[in-house]
Write a protein that binds this ligand. Structure first.
Ligand code: GLY
Length: 445
């Protein structure tokens, strides 16, 4: 059995640890005491994941032979560089390659330089000069800080409860510049993409991308896709790896953009080993890249890892060592629906520190799985934090079956201050998305 380190304490890392535990002994570093990860760890350290020297010492003293990194903040802090120097293979790009997520200007420039399909019209500004004119030229825009913001920095014009007009877009751009949101005084203005969002996660070994089933996340906090953008309230996938509105042609085009990006990274001298998370909008003119992330998605990891066949630890070694074989990567053809239990007020002002009760055996008896997220196991039970609490995943031969299983499982989770988006992957929600895609494909432009 390999000694494997999992870095991070969310539901994404819980599902990573669960999948790896089939072929290795798990050690973990996390800042909160996640009960699921703690229980399956031979040793765990409660410490911030960005303190890379402490993580390295913990890894070395526990004889770690493989590390899998969950959060982007640890990648930005150079955790993979440090582990590699200590002779520990890691799944996750080094600091230079992680710029695909940590710097939006790096990502957009790379796509331009290598003429990669899925590009969007954009410009980077370090002052307000010419910014209003550019917004007016594009019409509808997205305003993005250049650096990491934990998924909370992007504002979109015309989207519900976001930027109502060009003035508000300029005001928000000014705020990004003045407050250095994302770490530097730079803002990127991009054309707003009209269509449906899709996530495709790929395993990358420096040379090739092996794609996984497509997933659709639900970033808005409230039912009906209203409210503030969050880290993601839930997600679904279907047995054939596509989505109800996603064609095989559009999926293939999106994957090609990912492969071209990996080719470009290699040519730049920064080969990419790890998980490439492609977020696309499927527009009238095909898939456009919203962003690339340098890690599994959360919740999207919970849709794909439970379906993975074979030995995940071996696959991780192949990713780290550049020996991936596409034929060895297979997924069970099942639908999945993940719904997140979050603290009340999540996305605006979370009610944190409240108990959450999870009847684990009863959830298991429904056939669903559960993954603890940013909760803390204490002497008084499991307490919520300001972030997401628990992901519940249902499975089935159809999205409808998987959705019903997830709902049956959620009956066994309670708490005085929790919230769930029950509309995720229900028939009306799926129909809305199919209709939207049809309108987009028929529409002008
Ligand atoms: N689900 C959004 C993300 O992982 O970035």
């Amino acid at each position: 059995m390999l000694n494997i380190l999992v870095v991070g304490g969310g539901a994404r890392e819980h599902v990573i640890a669960e999948t790896l535990a089939k072929s290795g002994d798990i050690c973990s570093v996390m800042k909160n005491r996640n009960p699921g990860i703690a229980r399956m760890s031979k040793e765990f350290l409660l410490h911030t994941e960005t303190d890379v020297e402490v993580v390295r010492e913990f890894a070395v003293s526990n004889g770690i032979e493989l590390a899998v990194i969950g959060p982007e903040s640890a990648l930005e802090a150079g955790i993979v560089d440090v582990l590699k120097k200590a002779g520990i293979p890691a799944v996750g790009p080094d600091r230079a390659a992680a710029r695909i997520e940590t710097s939006k200007t790096f990502m957009r420039d790379l796509m331009e330089r290598y003429n990669i399909q899925g590009r969007v019209r954009h410009r980077v500004f370090d002052s307000l000069e010419g910014l209003k004119e550019f917004i007016e030229e594009l019409g509808q825009v997205a305003v993005k800080p250049v650096g990491l913001t934990g998924g909370k920095g992007v504002r979109i014009m015309g989207a519900t409860e976001q930027l109502r007009n060009a003035e508000e877009a300029v005001d928000y751009a000014r705020k990004v510049l003045d407050k250095k949101i994302g770490g530097e005084s730079k803002v990127i203005i991009e054309e707003r993409l009209l269509g449906e969002e899709v996530t495709i996660q790929g395993f990358c070994d420096g040379k090739i991308v092996v794609p996984t089933p497509a997933v659709q996340d639900h970033p808005h906090a409230f039912e009906g896709d209203h409210g503030p953008i969050t880290g993601g309230m839930g997600s679904y996938s279907q047995p054939d790896g596509l989505l109800p509105f996603l064609t095989q042609g559009d999926y293939n085009t999106a994957v090609e953009s990912m492969q071209l990006t990996i080719d470009a990274m290699r040519k730049e001298g920064t080969p990419y080993h790890g998980i490439l998370y492609g977020q696309f909008v499927i527009t009238k003119h095909g898939p456009k890249v919203v962003e690339f992330n340098a890690r599994f998605g959360d919740p999207e990891a919970m849709n794909i890892l439970p379906l993975l066949e074979g030995d995940f630890a071996e696959l991780c070694m192949d990713i780290a060592q550049g020996t991936l074989e596409p034929a060895k990567v297979r997924f069970r053809p099942r639908a999945t629906v993940c719904k997140y239990v979050v603290p009340e007020g999540y996305g605006v002002r979370s009610v944190a520190g409240k108990p959450i009760f999870v009847n684990e055996d009863a959830i298991r008896s429904t056939g669903a799985r559960f993954y603890y997220a940013s909760v803390n196991e204490t002497g008084e039970g499991i307490l919520t934090t300001s972030s997401r609490s628990l992901g519940v995943v249902g499975f089935g031969d159809s999205i409808q079956e998987a959705e019903q299983m997830a709902e049956r499982a959620l009956e066994h989770v309670s708490g005085e201050a929790i919230f769930i988006r029950h509309d995720i992957a229900t028939p009306p929600s799926l129909e809305k998305r199919i209709r939207h895609m049809e309108e987009i494909k028929r529409g002008p432009g």
